[in-house]
Design a protein around this ligand. Structure first.
Ligand SMILES: [Zn+2]
Length: 173
């Protein structure tokens, strides 16, 4: 087993407040949210970068849209923001932020205060909402073969923290 916190949440080793689950993805509330109801959508399969599994990544973005719509319908924010910026956890994921008048999830924001009771209540509320949208079956037509040289991703040798996006103290919200 690996030490990935998202894999542990998916396997139920760490408790979470789930709001959505399908064959490929799980969404749960962030316990340090930047806005009320902020969710993380993660693939059940562990991988770091989107292009390690295009099919699953495509389904992950679909799941993120469903979660965004669930948030809109249940919590009535002004809108919902999405981000797929690499963070401390090396497991590909999309963050879904409800945006309220007084909670605009900017990078410099600190997490808002919350507690287990509120998170449980929110997860039940979000989970219980139906979304009238389903991703259409995708037909991918290959028009032209494009050969792209894929850059080799070097794993860090000595410096554990040489990934520039992990240098910031604050997570990018
Ligand atoms: Zn993982």
């Amino acid at each position: 087993m690996n030490d990935c916190i998202f894999c542990k949440i998916i396997n139920g080793e760490i408790p979470s407040f789930k709001v959505y689950e399908d064959e490929n993805c799980v969404a749960f509330l962030d316990v340090m949210p930047r806005s009320k109801g902020m969710c993380l959508v993660v693939p059940k399969k562990h991988y770091v970068f989107f292009d390690e599994d295009f099919n699953t990544s495509s389904k992950l973005f679909d799941a993120a849209l469903i979660v965004g719509e669930k948030l809109k319908k249940s919590l009535e924010p002004l809108t919902v923001f999405f981000s797929a910026i690499q963070s401390q956890v090396p497991h590909f994921h999309v963050r879904v932020y409800p945006v309220y008048k007084d909670q605009i999830p900017l990078g410099e924001n600190q997490p808002i205060e919350t507690n287990e009771g509120e998170l449980r209540e929110l997860s039940e509320k979000i989970k219980g909402v139906d979304v009238g949208w389903k991703p259409e079956a995708k037909v991918v037509e290959v028009i032209k073969e494009v050969i792209v040289e894929k850059p080799k991703i070097e794993e860090p040798q000595h410096e554990k923290d040489d990934k520039p996006w992990r240098r910031r103290n604050l997570e990018v919200a």
